[in-house]
Design a binder for this molecule. Sequence first.
Ligand SMILES: C[S@@+](CC[C@H](N)C(=O)[O-])C[C@H]1O[C@@H](n2cnc3c(N)ncnc32)[C@H](O)[C@@H]1O
Length: 193
Amino acid sequence: MSDTSPWSKLKSEVYSLFGRNPKSNRIVPSIADLEPSHAVLDIGCGPGAAVRCAAGSVARAVGVDRSAPMIEIARRRSGRFSNVEFAPAGAEDLPFEAGTFDRVWTIHAFHHWEDADLGIAECLRVLKPGGRLLIVESETKGAHGLSSAGASEVADRLRAAGFAEASVSKPHRQLVVTGVRSGDRHSEGSSQE
Ligand SMILES: C[S@@+](CC[C@H](N)C(=O)[O-])C[C@H]1O[C@@H](n2cnc3c(N)ncnc32)[C@H](O)[C@@H]1O
């Protein structure tokens, strides 16, 4: 994957120095109800802090980022983990089979996605039945996050995409939109409003 993203090598190195292990990245694995058998995916993983935080609690922890330099940094920092993988990929075209992951999350990255609806559809596709998507953003009225109203709109988009449930919460001062995939493949999308 060529690096056409605005997250250049220099910007990625600087970001990863200043945000070595951000609080939001430590919190997310703890609010995701992880189980030892789980496979989890972090979209827009950056330097991979949340993937490494989750690695001790799950069977498989994967990070993707459309920035190749970010993936290089994440791999460099994760050599000691045997159950961690990183791949250069965008939310809109995830290189995984349907029904691969128990949890998918994206931390401070959703507002960068080029095509949010396509990305949401991809998240639903790669989740196992009963799996959960967590979209984590700072609460802001500016461009780098979501407002409360914006988070409610994202929850509506999750329902419209076929998530059986969608809700907004504010744990640890983060704005989290959670979508739950139906546990039954046959009833997928049946609870859309
Ligand atoms: C502000 S950084 C957040 C990184 C990390 N999640 C964290 O919290 O430290 C946003 C990241 O999202 C990535 N990104 C933006 N749009 C993306 C997309 N459509 N698919 C995958 N990654 C994306 C960027 O390359 C960047 O690494």
